[in-house]
Every structure is written in C-alpha cells, then in structure tokens.
Design a protein. Structure first.
Lengths: 260, 260
C-alpha cells in the first residue's frame, strides 16, 4: 500500500490526466494543428494550454512542490517533490493524426520518479505506475513478459533520427541481435513494454519530461529502465534510455550498446 | 455516381471489412498472438481466419471473380475483376499491440484498383476509396491537403528496413529535402494522407495485397500514387510506391528519388 501522501498524489495525477486529455482531444485532427508557425503554432497552443492546466491544478493542490514542464520551464525544482509534465509526447504523431502520442505526468521525490502516467487521450488508454505498486492499464494490473534472450526480443525505437552517428551504430548493433525491430510509438511503446507486448525500447536524446513518467510504469509491471550504461534514471540522466520488460534483457542490451 | 455493378461491389467490400474486423479484434492483444511458431502461429491463425472469411464471402457472392490474398495465393487471377486481400497489413504493429495496422480489401478491374478499403478494426476507423468518387472516412468525405513544396512536406515510411541499400540512399535524399520524417504506420499512414495529415508516404518491397487498396483511397481524396518512376500502380508494379496528398509533390518526389 502507498503512504497516505503518495495516494493523494496518485489521485491528483489522475485528475491531471483527465484535464489534459480533454484539452488535447479538442485539438487532435483539427485543421488548426497542421499550421506550423514557429511562435504561436496550434501545436504549441495545444501543448501550452494543456501544460497551463497541469501547472495551475498542481500549484493549487501542492504549492510547496516543484514543477518541470516542457513548455514553461522549472519552478521550485529544488523541492523534495517535483512534478514533471510533457503535455504531448510524440508531437509528430499528434500533428499527423496518429493516436500514438501521449501525455506524460510524473512525480519525482529527490529526483527519483515515484509516480508516472502515460495517457493516450484519443484511444482513452492510461498506464499508471506507482513506486512499490503494480502498474495498471485502464485500471487493470499489467505485467511485462519474460524474454529468454535478445534473439527472441522485439525492439522498438521511435525514429532512427533520435541517434547521433555513434549512437546509431550502437543501436544498429543491438537491433541486429534482436528478432524484430519496430519504429514509431513514442511513449506509447513504453506502455506496451509494461503490458507485455514489446521487449525493449531504446532511445536517445530524451529530456526528463520525456522519460520520468515511464520509469514507474515499466518498473511496476516487472520491467526495468536505465540509461545506456545501466544506471537508474533520474532528473540528471543524459537522455539515453533503455526500457526492458525482462530485467535480464536490460543487462544484455547494455552489454551490446557499450561494446567497444 | 458509380455504375450499378460497382455499387454492389462497394457494398460487398464493406461487408468484408465488417467480417474481418470482428475476427481480427478477437486476437488483438491476446497473449496468444505473441506466440511465434513459424507454422501455426497465432498471427497466422488471425491472418488465415480473416482471409478465409474474406475469400468464402467473396466466392459465394461473385464466383466469377478472381482472388489474390496474402495467405492463400491466387485463384482466377486472370478474371476481369480480382479481389485483393491483406487481412493484417502491419503484422509487427499487430503483434506488439499498436492499433495502427489495418485490413486491406481491394477490387481490381483488368489489373487496375477500382475499390480500396483501409480498415482499422480496433479504433474502428475505415477509409473507403472508389474510382470516380470522393474517398470517405467513417462515412464522411475527406480530402488531401496541398503541399506547396517538398520543404513543407511531412514524409512517412513504416521502417528504414523496407529499403535495400540503393533505395535507402534514395529515400534519405528525399527525406533530407522534406520538413519532417516520421516512421511507423503501415497502411494507416496512407489513410492519413487521404485525410490531409501527411504529405508523402514512400515505401518499397510492397506486394499487390499491400498497395492495391491504397490507390483508390488516396486518389479519391485528391492525391496520387505511383511507383518510384512515376508510373501508375497496378497488379504488375514492382512494389516501390509513393503516395502524395498533392499530386505536384508526387512529381517532385519522383525527381529526387530518380536523381543519378
């Protein structure tokens, strides 16, 4: 059972996802989203409107907490508890009408993610991960699947363009060892790891608002996340991440990624 | 207005999509789909069960027509009218729980696609294209969007692994000229071209069952499809395909793909 505080924070996180989902759904597949002025683009409007709601609700509920968001930066980031928001993770998917983007809501305690939500507002799918608890998908507990070896693994990455040249070579080396490689998905792919349909997601160039919410979701389903050297992820990580449904596959992936 | 025959064929195609959708939904995200025996794998069971239904319904309704399907090959492929089926286009998406695969149903007349359906049975989204008619998405007419130049285009391909080395270089050359490149999506991406959310899809290695249904969907929304040399697609095409929402972008893409 979570501590009373954590339970209140989980309930708050759920209310946040409800609020952002209502906003993001209004913009999905509207002509306005394909406008691309760099300044006040409708994508930015959707992002900013959702993040504004997430921040306002959180400041009202927990004024002593910090907030890090993709659009509006850091407030009280030195606080014990810091909320981390990405209103639309998977902007390209969002603007092209693919319902595989997501809203990411995380709570970190002393830099470590303890609550994570991956919310897909169009298909109305939500993964909730809480430290010490079983991850839930639309209310039902989920579990990762075992992966007896890399040669049995389905590996996913959103785009080969995430990687610089050295990272791309390392990823290709790992992908060649796996059974199947799949592209696309953004945060949704990490939810599918938690639900036992993917074995590995390997990406680079992520920011804390991209990965903090994923950690409790994957860990609470029996999986593991780390950076490419196998270190646990926190607010200071370098943005190179691995998610593995089977913790043994995490070690195997690190070994291949770090080969000389 | 379609000819009376074509209207009857369109109605039949809709019934086919209803039937295959009911079958495919039963297998989506069931543990059984992740089994991967090469012979009687559950993926194959879902594919075969859906294609069996598609063929049985079609043989009963139009015994003089030909049928080409991914799983069970060709029957009467010399007939004037040939139905072309791919029960699950996007097998990797299907087995990993991403609802961006689709069932493809096409009717060709003398080798030329005249009816196409892209059906996503989980999200219950269906594009219907008919020669000479406006493409419909869940019953409502759709239109592609204009693309004033390649530098404004969002280009999509399911996976860089579709291409051989020369094709990969040609695709990379084209992608560098575009504004954004996105991966994943299979047939669903062609539907998003028809709906005006993507500008280009460029792929290779496709079979007639992968592309015949796409042609009427994209063309009926105001777009265009061709092979990489700009020739119209038919049953004899080589599997290198371009879909463009703006027909002018098709020519521009061919020019870049065929640069020496």
């Amino acid at each position: 059972m979570p501590s009373p505080d954590l339970a209140a924070f989980v309930a708050h996180a759920g209310r946040l996802a409800d609020a952002s989902g209502a906003i993001v759904r209004r913009y999905f597949r509207t002509p306005v989203v394909v406008d691309d002025k760099p300044d006040a683009s409708p994508v930015t409007v959707a992002d900013r409107e959702a993040e504004t709601a997430l921040r306002a609700l959180t400041e009202a509920a927990f004024p002593g907490h910090g907030i890090i968001g993709e659009e509006f930066g850091r407030v009280h980031a030195e606080a014990e508890y810091v909320w981390v928001f990405d209103p639309i993770d998977g902007t390209k998917a969002f603007i092209t009408g693919k319902p595989l983007f997501g809203t990411l809501i995380a709570l970190t305690r002393r830099g470590v993610p303890v609550i994570g939500i991956i919310d897909q507002p169009v298909t109305r799918e939500r993964w909730i991960g809480v430290a010490g608890e079983r991850t839930r998908f639309n209310g039902a507990p989920v579990a990762t699947r075992p992966c007896p070896g890399l040669d049995r693994a389905i590996i996913n990455t959103t785009s080969p363009d995430l990687f610089d040249a050295a990272e791309g070579r390392a990823f290709a080396r790992l992908a060649r060892r796996c059974k199947l490689t799949q592209y696309g998905g953004d945060c949704y792919a990490y939810g599918l790891v938690a639900s036992g349909f993917l074995d590995l997601v390997v990406e680079a160039g992520l920011k804390p608002h991209d990965f903090c919410a994923l950690v409790p979701v994957v860990a609470g389903a029996g999986g593991a996340m780390a950076d490419w050297s196998g270190r646990a992820l926190d607010l200071a990580s370098d943005g190179r991440v691995i998610a593995a449904g089977d913790p043994a596959a995490l070690g195997a992936a690190v070994a291949v990624l770090t080969e000389a």
